[in-house]
Design a protein around this ligand. Sequence first.
Ligand code: NAD
Length: 354
Amino acid sequence: MVDISEIKVEGWERVVRGVDPDAGLHGIVAVHDTTLGPALGGLRMWPYASEDEALVDVMRLSRGMTYKSALAQTGLGGGKAVIIGNASTDKSPALFHAMGKLIDSLGGKYITAEDVGIGIEDLDQVRETTKWVSGLSIENGGSGNPSPYTAHGTFVGLKACLEEVWGSADFSGKTFAVQGIGAVAKPLCEAIRKEGGVVVAADVNEKNLQWVRDHLDGTEIVEPNSIYDVDCDVFVPCALGAVLNDATIPRLKAKAVGGCANNQLGEERHAAMLQEKGILYAPDYVINAGGIINVSCEFEPGGYKESSAMPKIENIYHALKEVFAKAREDGITTSEAADRVAERRISEGQKVRE
Ligand code: NAD
């Protein structure tokens, strides 16, 4: 039996805790805002030191999803879920069935998906006790691996960056310093090179560097810590969060930053630091929304179709143009501008509902 209880948090529509000692479940679902639609956001499994720590994280992440979906115009709201536990040792079918029951208790207000520590095979188990699961494999009726779609969205987002800085979306002759050659960066680097861009790559994983040697002929590889010093036009963070900080920003030679990594700013003030240095920052949650946009298309009548997802993903280009214009008009950072555009969409949605 999953013991489900409410946690009252101001500013969040609902936050629920689910505990089932037999199944090893101690989880929280946070529904931040459903003005624009059901709250979609991934399920994270992490060994939080306390419930408070898990609560802070799930609140922060669920709020971020509201903004991300509002800007991406997915017709969804923002939510997130966490399981307190070790993803390497604590997984079991019983755990995921219990988590599915917790999600199901929200009656579709929250739709789950993959996140850190959770794979498609885990979601398949969650799906056995709730239908409110997205991002399943194509065989199971989902939209499959989101990474190529995130890459495509990042690529069209880079076009908007090039136009903003250089007045043309021409990749040829421009150098892109790519940090992390993983699932998203691989197709992204291929697309950049196809358009005539030059890639400089860094990764901590030798297998991925070998992929660079095998697939991106002639690409320079630098040490992970040297990627910030590369003489480039665009810095493309595709690995970790908090890579734009007091130590790294002074080293950047790029005129623009645009990549798929989540939470790139060490702190919000680093957006202003980039601006002062004359570096255009493509807010991460705008440029990396291709995956979530793709997943959102699973809820269209008739189910997921790539042909209907692609134009929506390509809209990231226009979303970024709007954010850059807002930043210019209001004299604010692009990060603040993205939040303002998202907030306006949500308040317009509220008016439609009233
Ligand atoms: P991934 O794990 O496949 O790739 C990350 C790569 O970064 C790996 O190759 C890893 O070896 C490398 N790396 C780790 N530390 C590094 C360091 N210090 N220097 C250089 N490289 C380093 O992940 P991914 O799915 O490609 O996602 C990349 C980023 O984009 C993550 O921040 C992820 O949260 C974010 N993101 C991904 C998606 C998606 O659809 N996959 C969607 C939105 C956001």
